[in-house]
Write a protein that binds this ligand. Structure first.
Ligand code: FAD
Ligand code: NAP
Length: 322
């Protein structure tokens, strides 16, 4: 096993939250280490066009944006490490993290930016349809289906919000749910049912994402009525899977406060977790917005708070030594 690597600030994750935290920490002279994880660049590397990240008049590509964020972070003094952390000890100071190959990292402050992954239905045809009409983010991709018929799958708050959002682009939105009632909050349900652009297809599961044409694109969904077993086709150009997200918090179970949906709990309006010196930013602590720009914003907040915490620690140590 190699030597222990120590840093004042370690960032776990290399999505927009992680790189932004690193840029701020590096510019504050903290020489941060970013452990990139198994998805360097995070979720945006799985998409193509990004049109809502400020600063770019023309459409930019997700992977390119993430390369630029990394380059900026490295340019100002960040060390990027390609490793995946599989153990964390927050009960000791400095905090101790262990990578896949056994590399040990210690840090005075930890910024957790491990993100969240959208849940998918798990159909082989769905996998094939990703980027060709199947999406898990209406805010990100809804614009590409303006004027076209779209579907949303799910019955929670996210599904209803996605359906409502999509009516900004489409007059024909079908919400497909596997039961005959929604679990979304009543106020959202009221808005959904009042919206004439939205039709609800109850008691149906999606069996297949159907593709056709050249270039290949989504043409519709083969759906099944769970009560009768009858199958039918719902035509659509875009299908938005909204059946929940899984935040990457497994590592922190029993070590940090985690809410019922699996998200890290932070002090309201801050990135502070239940352990002083440990901060959370981006999708791992945000079940509502889940955008690159909000992830970047909270990454900035995490680095600024960590910097302040380190300064206070240093001051207290000096006082104690005098
Ligand atoms: P993520 O981007 O999820 O990054 C998490 C990072 O943590 C990864 O680098 C991963 O390797 C690392 N990690 C996880 N566990 C570990 C571990 N144990 N050890 C080390 N590293 C670890 N948002 C927009 O604003 N505009 C868009 O157009 C847009 N399009 C999208 C399209 C798609 C297909 C998807 C899936 C999402 C899209 N989003 C978009 C949402 C956006 O990508 C996320 O909100 C954003 O990436 C969240 O950033 P994050 O830094 O919190 O986490
Ligand atoms: P969720 O509440 O877990 O709902 C997931 C929905 O997807 C459920 O309706 C579920 O059906 C359905 N589903 C799950 N697996 C499925 C499958 N394999 N096939 C078909 N359907 C499936 O997830 P969410 O809507 O993303 O919300 C997550 C959390 O964030 C919740 O606490 C929510 O309140 C919160 N949130 C809040 C807001 C807001 O306050 N504005 C916005 C978004 C999210 P069943 O109902 O049959 O189980």
């Amino acid at each position: 096993m190699s030597d222990v690597k120590h840093t004042k600030l370690l960032v776990l994750g290399s999505g927009p939250a992680g790189w932004t935290a690193a840029i701020y920490a590096a510019r504050a002279g903290l020489k941060p280490i970013v452990v990139e994880g198994i998805q360097p660049g995070g979720q945006l590397t799985t998409t193509t066009d990004v049109e809502n990240y400020p600063g770019f008049r023309d459409v930019i590509q997700g992977p390119w944006l993430m390369e630029e964020m990394k380059a900026q972070a490295v340019h100002v003094g960040t060390e990027a490490v390609w490793d995946h952390i599989n153990d964390v000890d927050l009960s000791v100071r400095p905090f101790r993290l262990t990578g896949d190959g056994g590399q040990v990292y210690t840090c005075d402050t930890l910024v957790i930016a491990t993100g969240a992954q959208a849940k998918w239905l798990g159909l082989p045809s769905e996998e094939h349809a990703k980027g060709k009409g199947a999406s898990a983010c209406a805010t990100c991709d809804g614009f590409f289906y303006r004027g076209k018929k779209v579907t949303v799958i799910g019955g929670g708050n996210t599904a209803v919000e996605e359906a409502l959002y999509l009516t900004n682009h489409s007059d024909d939105v079908t919400l497909i749910h596997r039961r005959d009632e929604l679990r979304a909050e009543k106020i959202l349900q009221d808005r959904l049912f009042a919206n004439e652009k939205i039709t609800t297809l109850w008691d149906h599961t999606v069996e297949e994402f159907m593709l056709g044409g050249d270039p290949e694109a989504l043409t519709g969904l083969r759906v099944k009525n769970v009560k009768t077993g009858e199958e039918s086709i719902v035509e659509c150009k875009g299908a938005f899977v909204a059946i929940g997200h899984a935040p990457a918090t497994e590592l922190f179970k029993g070590k940090l406060d985690i809410d019922d949906d699996g998200y890290l709990v932070v002090e309201q309006g801050t990135p502070r977790t239940s352990v002083p010196g440990v901060y959370a930013c981006g999708d791992v602590m945000d079940k509502h917005y889940r955008q690159a720009v909000t992830a970047a914003g909270t990454g900035c907040m995490a680095a600024l708070d960590a910097e302040k915490y380190l300064a206070e620690l240093e001051f207290a140590e000096k006082e104690a030594a005098e």
